[in-house]
Design a protein around this ligand. Structure first.
Ligand code: C2E
Ligand code: MG
Ligand code: MG
Ligand code: MG
Length: 280
């Protein structure tokens, strides 16, 4: 009986596997088409200075409007793209488009930094630094208006190599931010040696503010540590005014989150910038 059940279990398992691998296969084929047809979209989410309440930057977040499945969020296809190598054309497209948009804002008189998420696999390619340099040159965006968001996994997997790549990127004049801080395995020693300009506190630490004592202590500690390392801090996932106020009281530098604005299309962002500058 046990054997029979075991075998049945195995069959179900196999059926599940082929179902999910078929879905993966289809998603992969669809993603390839979306890339070729340039039907992916970038949404931008404002990053706001806590002291001045001004938009100082935007994060570029990719979206995939799928013809049948609707809007697919990045968490459902970035991992796949990293596995099958499509992250390279995808990442190149995001970088190029985000810099084109930011160069246009710059020409229109808006000094906005654009933050682009970069996967470990992109950074591990030897041509990455020259790719960034070429995009800046072709779009005319001054390097200081580009920021690359990196994750801890990349940085600490091969520290010597990543430190070298990051140094070369900083020599180009681009800014670097450590994304999702607190969720990975940061070594304080590495953090100190890397000298990254910015750090983003993961939203899982923000959601409990201001009531949750532990979160409050953790966020204050991260801010004190960043301060002593000379890093500026962005808080992610700020959803309420109480959270924003708490972060302002703690002297955090910037925040982003649904409280100020959800990620929006380039046209929506540009309309927002125009409204704000008319009011000023
Ligand atoms: P991330 O870089 O940490 O981006 C922040 C995520 O938090 C975004 O999710 C954003 O929409 C969401 N978010 C912002 N404010 C709030 C808030 O107040 N509440 C809540 N609950 N969520 C908020 P999104 O756009 O779904 O992106 C998920 C992740 O996908 C990103 O996390 C990033 O790791 C990755 N990703 C997005 N675009 C790209 C890309 O172009 N390239 C690469 N390699 N990864 C990307
Ligand atoms: Mg990010
Ligand atoms: Mg993040
Ligand atoms: Mg993330």
């Amino acid at each position: 009986r046990a054997k029979e059940q075991g075998r049945k279990g195995f069959q179900f398992y196999q059926a599940d596997m082929s179902q999910s691998s078929r879905e993966r296969f289809e998603l992969e084929a669809d993603l390839r088409i979306a890339l070729e047809q340039q039907s992916l979209q970038i949404y931008y989410q404002p990053q706001v200075c806590l002291a001045s309440n001004q938009i100082v930057g935007v994060e570029a977040l990719i979206r995939w409007p799928h013809p049948e499945k609707g809007m697919i969020p990045p968490d459902r296809f970035i991992g796949l793209a990293e596995e099958n190598g499509l992250i390279h054309p995808l990442g190149a497209w995001v970088l190029r488009r985000a810099c084109e948009d930011a160069a246009r804002w710059y020409q229109q008189g808006y000094a906005l930094r654009v933050s682009v998420n970069v996967s470990a696999r992109q950074l591990n390619r030897s041509a990455f630094v020259s790719q960034v340099a070429e995009v800046l040159q072709k779009t005319g965006l001054p390097a200081k208006y580009l920021e690359l968001e990196l994750t801890e996994t990349y940085l600490f997997e091969n520290f010597t190599r990543s430190a070298r790549v990051l140094r070369r990127l900083q020599q180009l004049g681009v800014s670097l931010a450590l994304d999702d801080f607190g969720t990975g395995y940061s070594s304080l020693n590495y953090l100190r040696r890397l000298r990254l300009p910015r750090l983003k506190i993961d939203r899982s630490f923000i959601s409990g503010l201001p009531e949750n004592r532990e979160d409050l202590v953790l966020v204050s500690t991260i801010l004190a540590m960043a301060q002593s390392l000379g890093m500026k801090v962005v808080a992610e996932g700020v959803e309420t005014d109480a959270q924003r106020q708490c972060l302002a009281d703690l002297q955090c530098h910037e925040y982003q989150g649904y409280f100020y604005a959800r990620p929006e299309t380039c046209a929506e962002l540009e309309a927002r910038l125009m409204r704000l500058s008319e009011r000023a």
